[in-house]
Design a protein around this ligand. Structure first.
Ligand code: ISL
Ligand code: CA
Length: 547
């Protein structure tokens, strides 16, 4: 099996992982100092969120120089040392690259603004016209319009994200070559692959037509994603870059659906190894998006998993994730961060590590870090949260109610400082961190869990070890049972040789599983200390059985 199929990935949000020099911001030496810890979890690949030079309007997803390290994070020698440390420990590193847009402080964009005949003009997407007449009605991902006006040349430029993130013009072959050269630069340093930010958006719809929908997820899939040349570009990228290295590629794909996924990851396509789709991640979004949530429905989630597994089974490969730096904490969102915190965090680990595909663990989920609820909007840092707040207040929303939504949905839930121990700021930093620590670091932290054999952390280690010893869990067949059951997620994994049953109770209720298991079945992993009958499931109980 290819290494990236067998791999388990650990995602690091560098700003929040470990501060080494007391400025309140996580950095590369901080990550370096924790490599033994990361290795001890049993993961194979580290995915680093962007560490390039950036004015940090969107925490590094607004890059002003793709070949420099962000000053806050260290310098190139810190990077080289980190990469060496990762490789010395037998792990690999994938970098996060942002091909769809740059920072407005990138020299390309500054030049592009200079004049209409500047050689960099066509690096971006400009439309000449009057200030208050927008080229189309597209909304940005971060509230407001997707256009901003530049007085100097009396033109609007397109930005699907913030106005400090102008979209690149991939129609321009020079832009594409620049991006390929940047990728070669990092591969030559020895990295092992890329996670590609919103790569589904790089090809724009010809004529940039007005959207006829008001539902944001529809706007993404019908107008922003899967443009007519996206596969041309990805094939070119593969030919120019990826095919020259033994690398792993995963494309972040808002708007990628069951109908078009194989065009990106089909084995015969020479494009990407995997994509992140958002079928299950937008499941609790109402028509107004994430700040208009609807209740989470397990049956819907199972159907998303089942359909994607089936779609990719024969000639693609999936990525399995339940959270990242853009979403609430998994235990708060899909589990129970109160009474059954411990059990449900372990249940989520069981799901992640028993599915077919490559699992991605987001930093802190391995110790069950939870959502945060700051009192005041001033404590939040995420641009998406802050813009949504401003927008809602302008529209006259009730601030108390909207604050509840922020607590539930903000991307900062995932970005609070990592909780290492029970000292100041959870051991993340000596100084006031850039984003306030979650108060619960005294009860939820690595040090405490290292000393407890039944901790969530040690359960992750056990589950990872188990997956490695039972590779049929990586690529064996998958079948879900009792799909319509609202509280149980039951599935079988099998090959010619082995058969596994995974029983997950996503509720506080006791359940009996109706299945008849053979006498010879054995209980291999369980998130409760004391076993009970094979068919019985206690609140949030998770079991892995082997026939
Ligand atoms: O954050 C989201 C939902 O709350 C997503 O819609 C997200 O904006 C989308 O998946 C794109 O995310 C990626 O690109 C953004 C960046 O802010 C995110 O952090 C990144 O993961 C722009 O570069
Ligand atoms: Ca620092």
């Amino acid at each position: 099996m290819t290494w990236w199929k067998e791999a388990i990935v650990y995602q690091i949000y560098p700003r929040s992982f470990k501060d080494s020099n007391g400025d309140g911001i996580g950095d590369l030496p901080g990550i370096f100092s924790k490599l033994d810890y990361i290795q001890s979890i049993g993961v194979d690949v580290i995915w680093l969120c962007p560490i390039y030079q950036s004015p940090n309007h969107d925490n590094g997803y607004d890059i002003s120089d793709y070949r420099q390290i962000m000053i806050d994070f260290g310098d190139m020698s810190d990077f080289d040392q980190l990469l060496e440390g990762i490789h010395e420990r037998g792990m690999k590193l994938i970098m996060d690259i942002v091909p769809n847009h740059t920072s407005d402080e990138h020299r390309w964009f500054k030049a592009s603004c200079e004049s209409e005949d500047n050689p960099f003009r066509d690096y971006y997407i400009w439309r000449k016209g009057e200030m208050d007449k927008l080229p189309n009605n597209w909304p940005s991902f971060f509230s407001g319009d997707a256009w901003d006006y530049d007085e100097k040349t009396q033109s609007h430029y397109l930005h699907l994200f913030s106005k400090k993130q102008p979209d690149l013009n991939w129609e321009n072959p020079k832009v594409r070559q620049e991006m390929y050269e940047i990728m070669h630069f990092w591969f030559k340093k020895g990295i092992d692959g890329f996670r590609m930010d919103v790569v589904s958006l790089i090809s724009k719809l010809p004529g940039l037509p007005d959207s006829e929908s008001n539902v944001f997820t529809e706007i993404i899939s019908q107008y922003y994603a899967n443009g007519p040349k996206v596969h041309k570009y990805l094939k070119e990228m593969h030919k120019e870059v990826f095919q020259h290295y033994d690398c792993m590629t995963v494309g972040e794909g808002p708007g990628i659906t069951l109908d078009n996924a194989l065009n990106y990851v089909g084995e015969d396509r020479n494009e990407l190894n995997m994509v992140f789709h958002f079928g299950h991640m937008y499941i609790d979004n109402g028509p107004g998006g994430k700040y208009d949530p609807i209740p989470f429905d397990l049956v819907d989630m199972k159907k998303v998993f089942n359909a994607w597994d089936e779609k990719l089974a024969a000639k693609g490969w999936g990525s399995i994730f339940l959270g990242n730096h853009d979403f609430p904490r998994v235990v708060s969102r899909f589990g129970n961060d109160g009474l059954y915190w411990q059990e449900s965090a372990k249940l989520i680990a069981t799901l992640l590590l028993c599915m077919r595909g490559t699992p991605y663990i987001f930093q802190g989920d391995e110790i069950g870090m939870t959502n945060v609820a700051y009192q005041s909007i001033d404590e939040y840092r995420d641009i998406e949260t802050l813009n949504s707040w401003k927008d809602a207040m302008l529209k006259g929303a009730d601030s108390e109610n909207f604050m509840k939504l922020v607590h539930q949905q903000s991307r900062d839930n995932a970005r609070t400082p990592f909780q290492w121990n029970n000292s100041r700021n959870g051991g993340f930093s000596e100084k006031h961190p850039w984003l306030k620590s979650n108060d619960n670091f005294e009860t939820i932290n690595v040090e405490k869990q290292e000393n407890d054999e039944h901790s969530i952390l040690n359960y992750y280690r056990k589950m990872i070890e188990y997956r490695k010893q039972n590779p049929d869990l990586v690529d064996g067949n998958y079948q879900c049972y009792e799909v319509e059951h609202p509280e149980l997620f039951l599935f079988k994994r099998w090959s010619d040789k082995n058969e596994y049953w995974v029983l997950l109770n996503f509720s506080e209720n006791h359940h009996n599983v109706a299945m008849q298991f053979p006498q010879s079945i054995s209980l291999e992993v369980n998130n409760y200390g004391e076993p009970n009958g094979i068919n019985r499931l206690r609140p949030w109980e998770a079991k892995v059985l082997k026939v």
